[in-house]
Write a new protein. Sequence first.
Length: 710
Amino acid sequence: MMGYKTIIKNRVVVKSGVSTFLRVELEEEPIQMKGITVKPSFFEKTKDAIVSSRKMDYGEIISQPGGCYDVQRAVQALPAVVSGTDQNNEVIVRGGNYGENLFLVDNIEITNPNHFGWQGTGGGPVNIINTEFVSDIDFIAGAFPARYGDKTSSVMDIKLRDPSRDRLNVKFDIGMAGAGGSIEGPIRNGAYMISAHRSFLSLIKSSFGLTAVPNYYSIQGKMVYDLSRSHKLIINEIYGNDWICIEEEPSAYHSTMDITIDAKSHQYTLGGTLKSLFKNGYSLLTFSRTLNYWAHYVTDTNKTEIYHNYATEAENSVKYDLTLKPKDKSELCLGFYLKNPQINYDTRQKPDTLFIYDPETGTVIDTTDYVYRLDVKKDTSSYRYGGYIQYKQKINGLLTLTAGLRYTWLDYTKNRLLSPRIGGSLNLLRDTHLNVAYGRCYQPPEWYELLYDERNSRLKSKYTDQYIVGVEHLFTEDVKGTIEAYYKEYKDVPIPEAYTTPDPNDWAHVYVNKGEGYCKGIEFFLQKKVKQNLWGTLSYSYSIARMKDPRYPENEYPWDFDFRNVFTLIAGYRKEFQELTWFKEMKRKWWYNFITFVPIVPADVSEYSFRYRYIGGKPYTPKTYHPEWQKWTVDEEQSFNSTRMPPYTRFDLHLEQRWFLGSLSLGSYFEIENLFNIPNIWNYQYNDDGTKDTIYQYGRMIIGGFIIEF
């Protein structure tokens, strides 16, 4: 379109008998009367993000080896991102920790969009969001714009596509997220789509000899309604429910005691956004409610309660975002928000006295003054409110400057927070940019940290100061490389007060803001988009993450995710066999119908890819066994994280295929994860009898899925 920069959208999935709708955002470019040269790019920029940002579309998400059609696992190909374990899709960025990533779905904040998620985390084994509904993801790994807040490490802004407006579409699918389907179609002045999925392992557990299987189901819907030519209403709903019962399994802390774990949880998000277009901008007015509920119950062999946790964390929210273009080369963004958290806790842990044993006979000869207990019943409500302002200016086509300020008030802790953000991008050469940015990012304490003890009510919010500098270069229209260096400083991190004393048997639930540390590193990322057949990414990062030892502040130790070296290579080959004469002739043969679903047999569109991943050894703290207590402890003289596990390596193969049969479309993916069955260590289990067991991550695993659409 004249007056705008050209954009190329690749990986556009076109299916027989089905309309494909694309949302294309064009950036204004003044017309030069003497003539201009427009060079299109395959790489779209994340809005307002100067550094550390990547955009992934639907095609890239589903094609990621090891991604399992999961939006969170897909971003783990980026150099700044690692996960805690194979069993969990947690997004951990640049030496950070669990729960430091902000999730947004169509401008609605979601605490943790996963089944079996835990309080204070942002991951789980299975994501609730239906990947078939996703249009693209903006992922920002640091110094993010002022409109994002309440997290210290990163942002995952998930945008859902609009439903089909021309005809009714029906899909059935089975895969990692379970079995289910979706339906979408037009309504008067709008459209809708809704999906539902249910886990299926419970239906086949007897065939595999399973005694405890995860059960879950999810429902997701979206409706778009045009109120007028300039006003649109968008309504989103996400619901997830999960439960599991593990009977007579040894506990990691009481290996001689059989226990039963009954774990249930559910969550929902419901929200609506009014999008309004003006002559020189647009606005978003969003109302939403999110709720997470956990019901965990643990009993011993005698059915005596050891632990229970019935917790509800809900939040009502309203926020308004306004974007204006006062001039051609400037942009002003501002907004405000009001949140109403509603928390209900009923948590109890059976008191446990520390006994003293005779090391030779194993009999109890005495007790100590220690009695570990947790008994919390809280029902509270609070408020968070604030706003932000941000201004962006382009200067002579060579320099882009962005500056913003965010303000937050936390009623429960009485914290007032100011977060400055600033960044600039300088066009060094025709296709080379130098980018620099700084941002202070705050994150409030988790509610369990605040409510487990009355003395925690005045905890401060932890924060990071992030400094980032990088260079990006467009080698060709489909190949781009970036190099970034960063320094990220942590302050006021809430940690248990027990960590500040050398006493290994102190289990108090009081938290203090005495955690301090830093992360620094350099990252390299090279990406080739799909232009004809080949695509791939190459990423490498070297980082150091250190924390001050709260027992001895003059000492430092490696933080939990100080992996040092992370290398990821992904390569793929995409071929449209449907365009080849020999394939068209083979497809007419009667025998092709019998072999078409064999993975090595070509389909109308076939895509083959692999991923190799290397992660340096994770640090951990060795424990010392004390027979006089019959327990393992971290002793006073023991340094934190003084030992490392062996490096993590894994090789995954991925095959994706599509067939078009008139108005019917078939899709499948087949994956072999950890092809060489490398025994990567997850953790160590310390048993009461003084033995130590090694717990491994996933071995070789074959997964797959099918999608039928008509």
